[in-house]
Design a binder for this molecule. Structure first.
Ligand code: ATP
Ligand code: MG
Length: 395
């Protein structure tokens, strides 16, 4: 079941379509497709292989053709409809009513009005569309530079873009967190800002602290801080943030610092899977073993939730796969190969490796890891446009 809502935006005006599109793409729940009608066909639904979850239709002044066409469909056949048009034209209003519109926004519209209209729709849909409970996956490295941030970021990206899960990625490395750079994002707000107002947050307000990646992945940024956060005083607020994310997202991926602080402990205790990232070196394995002990004994996380991810696997390394297994309670590690060039490029330009080097062995392994963590085979994201028979309509 898809986790985001397919919204189809239709207009005869390129300018209006562009303006509405840039507003709608700010909403994290939506996969927005834009359709500009340039020919005589006035039925926005003609040629669609599947009906979108929501239709936003912009109509020009005095024009009711598109609405009249939608009114011909039965209420079961047509998608929920929001109309944007001339509020002073009673004919448009009437036609919108006949077409079963749930909202009519008069031009010039404010972005807030449009987003809250859409939000009302997604809030209503949520209980029926949310089919599985949220699962939290935490990545923690055994030695600095093992690749935890790269793996957390790219796994979250694949969950959102390939597995089509509504996913939040959280940077809990509050001192040196640089996760947003791996996605070339420039966050305006992050977890520190959210913590300051945690008492007042609700499931709508928390979204203002997330930074949205173009794939729909939402990121709660770490925003490097130098001061000591007094986490014990903020633990309640942190719990509240985790709870809100859990109600809004199907998957939460957390990048944890190696030093397990109070937020880290709270997250690990709630994690469905904990991926300890190791490399083929004795110090890395020793530290991984220590993390395993802390997580399973002190934090009482069940052993079957722990997985070892062996990153940058080299065939001829002195420490072999069997050594890794042996030193970590015979847990069979999940192996991610080494591919310096592709990974370095991905990290340096801030583009997910799936977009940059789909054939890299690292991408292939990450796809498998994502399926394993998600508990189901990944499916290709389906764009509405690709389902539109009417590509020709644009010409
Ligand atoms: N599979 C891989 N193949 C090649 N290089 C990799 C691979 N995974 C990670 N790297 C490289 O390792 C470097 C460190 O990765 P990353 O920042 O994800 O580590 P980390 O465990 O989060 O480190 P930190 O301790 O700084 O938080 C990155 O610059 C990346 O280029
Ligand atoms: Mg890191």
């Amino acid at each position: 079941m898809p986790s985001r809502y397919d919204l189809l935006l239709v207009s005869r005006s390129q300018d209006s379509a562009d303006q509405l599109f840039s507003c709608l793409t700010q909403a994290p729940d939506l996969q927005v497709e834009k359709q500009v009608i340039t020919n005589g066909d006035s039925d926005p639904l003609r040629g669609l292989l599947s009906v979108p979850d929501l239709l936003v239709l912009h109509i020009g002044s005095g024009s009711t053709n598109e609405l009249d066409a939608i009114a011909q469909y039965s209420p079961e056949e047509r998608p929920p409809l929001i109309v944007v048009g001339d509020g002073s034209d009673p004919r448009s209003m009437r036609a919108a009513m006949h077409a079963g519109a749930r909202d009519f926004l008069a031009e010039p519209i404010s972005e807030d009005d449009l987003l809250s209209s859409v939000r009302r729709f997604t809030a209503e849909m949520k209980p029926t569309r949310r089919s599985q409970s949220t699962s939290i996956v935490s990545f923690i490295n055994s030695k600095g530079g093992s690749g935890a941030t790269f793996l957390a970021t790219n796994t979250a990206h694949l969950l959102a873009s390939v597995s089509n899960r509504k996913t939040a990625l959280v940077d809990l490395d509050l001192q040196f967190g640089n996760l947003t750079q791996y996605l070339d994002l420039k966050p305006k707000r992050g977890i520190i800002d959210a913590l300051e107002v945690a008492d007042d947050l609700d499931s709508v307000a928390i979204e203002a602290y997330m930074t949205l990646h173009e794939t729909g992945l939402s990121v709660l940024a770490g925003m490097n801080t130098d001061f000591d956060l007094q986490q014990d005083l903020m633990l309640e607020g942190f719990d509240q943030i985790l709870a809100l994310l859990s109600s809004n997202y199907e998957r939460i991926v957390v990048d944890l610092p190696r030093h397990i602080d109070q937020f880290g402990a709270a997250t690990l205790e709630r994690s469905d899977r904990v991926a300890i990232v190791v490399q083929q070196s004795i110090p890395s394995l020793q530290d991984a073993s220590r993390i395993y002990e802390i997580v399973t004994k002190k934090l009482a996380v069940p052993k079957d939730r722990i997985m070892i991810v062996l990153n940058r696997m080299f065939k001829n390394a002195a420490v072999e796969l069997a050594d890794v297994e042996q030193s970590l309670h015979n847990l069979k590690p999940f192996v991610i190969p080494n591919d310096f060039q592709a990974v370095a490029e991905s990290v340096n330009i801030g583009a997910p490796i799936y977009d940059l080097a789909r054939r890299s062995p690292v991408t292939k392994a990450l796809l498998q890891l994502t399926e394993d963590l998600d508990g189901r085979p990944a499916s290709k994201p389906k764009g509405l446009i690709s389902r539109l028979r009417g590509a020709a309509r644009q010409g």
